[in-house]
Design a protein around this ligand. Structure first.
Ligand code: F6R
Ligand code: ZN
Length: 183
């Protein structure tokens, strides 16, 4: 395909806002109905926002976006993103955390799970085949920049139905990763 024009975007590390910022997606707790162990009190509360860099979603391009995940809990569980496998399973991704703190939960189809810390300066590599969800364990927005192969796509259904093998809850001494009672 024909070369694209080189371009740049400016990223605000604190808010995740892009300049320019043409494609913004807002997720409320209502969009996470059925994802938490406890019931959601207020479905209108904002959970996260995704700001996408506009590039054709093809296998020769790199898509990128910032995610701004609010602090908060439903029951004992910290706010999280829906989480997904890539529709093309082997497509990899990198998450670079810009502000806040959290955990990146990754799981294979067979249930094997790896959890990694997210904090400013850490670049997490998510290999293909690993479903991924970010969890805000802090008290400020968790902001990260994701870069992924353009044709990766999304498979949300598997996670929407089964959840992840683990949940992240607030324990006596901070965040705890526990088996998901509903997995
Ligand atoms: C793209 C990617 C991220 C997420 C974003 C929101 O492949 O992993 O840009 O899409 O953090 O999370 P989800 O898509 O799980 O709602
Ligand atoms: Zn992804």
């Amino acid at each position: 395909s024909a070369p694209l024009e080189p371009f740049a975007v400016t990223i605000d590390f604190a808010t995740g806002a892009l300049v320019p910022d043409p494609d913004v997606l807002d997720r409320r707790l209502a969009d996470l109905d059925g994802y938490f162990v406890a019931d959601i009190d207020d479905p209108g509360v904002g959970a996260y926002t995704v700001h996408e860099v506009r590039v054709p979603p093809t296998g020769n391009n790199l898509l990128s976006s910032t995610t701004v995940l609010a602090p908060g809990k439903v029951g004992d569980e910290y706010f999280f993103t829906k989480g997904h496998f890539h529709a093309i399973r082997d497509r990899a991704e990198i998450y670079l955390t810009l502000s806040g703190e959290g955990l990146l939960v990754m799981a294979l189809e067979d249930g094997r799970t790896v959890t990694k810390e997210m904090r400013p300066g850490i670049a997490n590599y998510v290999p293909g085949h690993w479903a991924h969800r970010s969890v805000n364990t802090g008290t400020t927005p968790l902001v990260f920049y994701a870069v992924y192969i353009g044709d990766a796509g999304y498979d949300y259904a598997t996670i929407a139905e089964r959840g992840f093998p683990v949940i992240v809850v607030e324990g006596e001494e901070g965040p705890e990763v526990r088996p998901n009672p509903r997995y």
